[in-house]
Design a protein around this ligand. Structure first.
Ligand code: SF4
Length: 606
């Protein structure tokens, strides 16, 4: 099978930073129809190549960048790529995805994946110029921010290159650190710290190889249907106008907008930080990733002190706004700037600030322990001082930047309201007000996550009553499998507001020529890939006890709003979900299920 005529490059680039060795290997051809690429390929490589028990910050941990068969094609949002590794924050399998302009460049340079192992003695950058790949010193970049590093690389290499960089928190191995392609991030779980542990400051790439789809006519027909679905969707139109922030007011009305560290589900200043308010007062122009017809990104008007960002997105607004009781758009922009400029994940940083504010509210932490900063709810100056310390790695910022779960170990009386699952800070939907989403937070292989199949339609799609648990395990199973298929093909999830799995399947089948008779084959592929991630976690000791939520969600009823009186009835949902998935009562996939997914045979050959 010639994969180069099926939208692949058929090459994995491998770089060992300890020895400096650079090699390439072909894709596992016979497995590609079962894995597709992206998440499937990353999960496969991590599971089969990495020894169990590998320390996430050790040279042996793999940092695997991957694109998918649709990356770099003409499909909508085809700039998507991802990274897979073992997370230093959660200890789990971890993948993160990103738009921007780097992913298709790796593909045009001729690689489906880049596997980085080892660790250098001094700062390096990896330079990928089609077949020419080299490691170069990066001492002059060490310590620079995202903007500084990106601009120096652009000046040195030129505008036809794309860069991935980490900021100082990544160099200092902080759990909040991400990896940035200009304003777009592979974030959460400390993926930037893994890159920092290898002393790899940057990866620059350029390439000019074409991508060949398998059946051009079929692909063009599928392409037309996909674009039509995206363009006809009123939801994608809203995304173009107000970005992801368009949903903030809806989530608030549903009582699911986490406020004051999830103490409440509604924010009395929601209209001040809505997408409409940002559109009217702060945004000056739209931004789109490579090949994107939606353009959900927004550039802000510079603040008085010159700070300007791309965003903020809904998740960032929630985390740095309502979650900290901050209703000032300018303050949210300023906090967002610190995160983007230094390379930190906004959800995790906002989770930390909200948690510390509640510790302070309850008298469980003092200003003296926070270098004299008194973090009162809504105090933007205090929040900015704490975020700056995290960014610069100063004083209390050193331990704050390790995330909510680590802070809760230091202040154990705060554990009942330390809002994380599997040590990953919670995203922007209150689990007690959205039961299917709660199940997704508890189950997700990378910890509390809204992007691994959380059925958010229960909140703003009218798919189901968000406050009931009936039917949610099946709903989550289906959206989880669909999302994993989407992440394996490597398209942004947002075209999914218009496109269905059917349009994705038509594109994938035409581009790869793989034998997928129906869209259900792609959903099965998604379940297979998610199960592979689950197997990685099981091998590392994760089981049912880890599929849980904070006491705030399980035993403390919501005090007000549409979800007043509600907690998450997690155990019955877990039982039902495990049954549907064919896992045993401890959450481990059974041999029978692995056979049905085609994984048993696959793993025997590994
Ligand atoms: S919808 Fe937004 S995040 Fe997705 S590719 Fe387009 S601009 Fe990027």
């Amino acid at each position: 099978m010639d994969l180069t005529q099926r939208a692949y490059c058929d090459r994995i680039l491998r770089v060992d930073l300890t020895s400096g060795q650079i090699t390439t290997t072909p894709l596992p051809a016979e497995m590609m129809p079962l894995l597709l690429g992206g998440k499937g390929l990353g999960a496969w490589l991590l599971y089969t190549e990495q020894a169990p028990g590998t320390d996430p910050l050790s040279p042996a941990n793999r940092l695997i960048f991957h694109n998918g068969p649709l990356t770099g094609t003409t499909a909508p949002t085809a700039g998507r790529f991802g990274v897979t590794t073992r997370s230093p924050a959660t200890g789990t399998y971890f993948d993160a995805y990103c738009g921007g302009y780097w992913g298709q460049m790796l593909k045009y340079a001729g690689y489906d994946a880049l596997v980085i192992t080892g660790a250098a003695d001094s700062p390096l950058m990896l330079v990928i110029d089609n077949d020419e790949v080299a490691l170069r010193p990066a001492d002059h970049l060490w310590g620079t921010t995202i903007t500084e590093a990106s601009e120096r690389l652009r000046a040195d290499f030129g505008h036809d290159w794309q860069s991935l960089v980490i900021g100082p928190p990544g160099e200092q191995l902080r759990n909040v650190a991400g990896i940035f392609n200009e304003s777009r991030a592979l974030a959460r779980g400390g993926v930037g710290a893994v890159m920092g542990s290898k002393r790899l400051k940057a990866i620059v790439a350029r390439g000019n190889r074409p991508v060949h789809v398998h059946d051009k006519e079929k692909y063009e027909r599928a392409l037309q249907l996909a674009y039509r679905a995206v363009r006809m969707s009123s939801k994608t139109t809203l995304m173009t106008r107000e970005g992801t922030a368009n949903i903030l007011e809806i989530v608030d009305v549903m009582g699911a907008l986490p406020t004051r560290n999830f103490q409440e589900g509604q924010f009395d200043e929601a209209d001040e930080v809505s997408g409409a308010a940002f559109r009217a007062h702060n945004w000056k122009k739209d931004y789109a990733c490579f090949g994107c017809p939606i353009g959900c990104g927004k550039w802000t008007i510079p603040l008085d002190d010159g700070k300007v960002i791309e965003g903020p997105e809904y998740e960032t607004i929630f985390a740095l706004g309502p979650n900290c009781a901050i209703g000032s758009r300018e303050t949210i922009i300023r906090l967002n700037w610190w995160c983007d400029e230094y390379g930190m994940d906004t959800i995790s940083v906002g989770g930390v600030i909200g948690f510390v504010m509640e510790l302070y509210q309850r008298g469980q932490i003092t200003a003296a322990e926070l270098d004299g900063i008194a973090p009162v709810w809504g105090d933007g100056v205090a929040a900015e001082a704490l975020v700056e310390k995290m960014a610069r790695g100063e004083g209390c910022g050193v331990w704050l930047a390790q995330g909510v779960a680590a802070i809760a170990e230091r202040y154990p009386q705060g554990k009942p309201f330390a809002m994380h699952a599997k040590k990953l800070e919670m995203p922007a939907y209150h689990p007690s007000a959205a039961k299917g989403t709660a199940l997704a937070y508890a189950i997700s292989e990378r910890g509390a996550c809204h992007l691994r199949g959380a059925p958010l339609g229960e909140l703003f799609g009218g798919a189901a009553d968000p406050l009931i648990i009936e039917g949610k395990p099946q709903l989550f199973r289906d959206t989880q499998a669909d999302t994993a298929a989407w992440d394996s093909a490597c398209l942004c999830l947002f075209p999914g507001y218009g496109m269905t799995l059917k349009e994705l399947w038509q594109l994938v089948a035409a581009a790869t020529g793989f034998d997928y008779p129906t869209a259900a084959d792609l959903q099965l592929l998604g379940e297979r890939v998610s199960t592979l991630a689950r197997l990685f976690n099981a091998r590392e000791g994760f089981a049912r006890a880890h599929d849980t939520l904070p006491a705030r969600n399980l035993s403390q009823p919501m005090a007000s709003g549409p979800a007043a009186g509600h907690v998450v009835e997690l155990e019955p949902m877990l039982d039902e979900y495990y049954r549907i998935m064919g896992w045993d009562s401890d959450g481990v996939p059974t041999p029978e299920r692995l056979r049905r997914l085609g994984l048993a045979a696959l793993l025997e050959t590994a």
